[in-house]
Every structure is written in structure tokens, then in C-alpha cells.
Ligand binder design. Structure first.
Ligand SMILES: [Zn+2]
Length: 84
């Protein structure tokens, strides 16, 4: 009951996830909206996350993750708004 919930970052999506399951990212894109992200961005996202699990303290990886996440988020939100 005390678990903190994180909302999907696409406006009006309304899906939430428990903080415990999500782990380290502060934001999340739900499965439905994740599918709307371009294949290159998704591939990159998976690669970066795999590496981050191995080297969680790598600053460079963290910056890459941040850039990639912002792109993923923008694509998910644009797709949800019907702009693509
Ligand atoms: Zn969503």
C-alpha cells in the first residue's frame, strides 16, 4: 500500500507503475506507448540499459541514457498526439 506510483510520461495516459518494479529511472513509458517509439531509439534504449546494469556508475552511459530517454519520450508523446 505504501508503494509509490510512477505515471506513464505520456500526457493523459494515466497508467502507473510501482516504483519498486521500475527501479532506477524516475520516469516511465508504458508498454503501449513504448511501441510507438522509433525502432532505432528503442534499440538504443535497450542497449544502453543493458550496459547500465553492468556499469551503473558510468557517467558517460548515464548521459547517453538521458539523451536517449528524452528522444524516446518525445517520440512517444508525438505519436500519442497523432503528430507522426
Ligand atoms: Zn502510456
Amino acid at each position: 500500500m505504501n508503494a509509490e506510483r510512477i505515471r506513464c510520461c505520456v500526457p493523459f495516459c494515466g497508467r502507473t507503475f510501482s516504483r519498486e518494479k521500475v527501479g532506477f529511472p524516475r520516469e516511465i513509458i508504458c508498454g503501449k506507448h513504448f511501441r510507438a517509439i522509433g525502432p532505432r531509439t528503442k534499440q538504443q534504449y535497450r542497449g544502453i540499459n543493458r550496459k547500465l546494469k553492468k556499469w551503473p556508475d558510468d557517467e558517460r552511459l548515464f548521459r547517453l541514457h538521458d539523451l536517449n530517454w528524452r528522444r524516446a519520450k518525445r517520440q512517444a508523446i508525438e505519436a500519442a498526439a497523432g503528430l507522426i
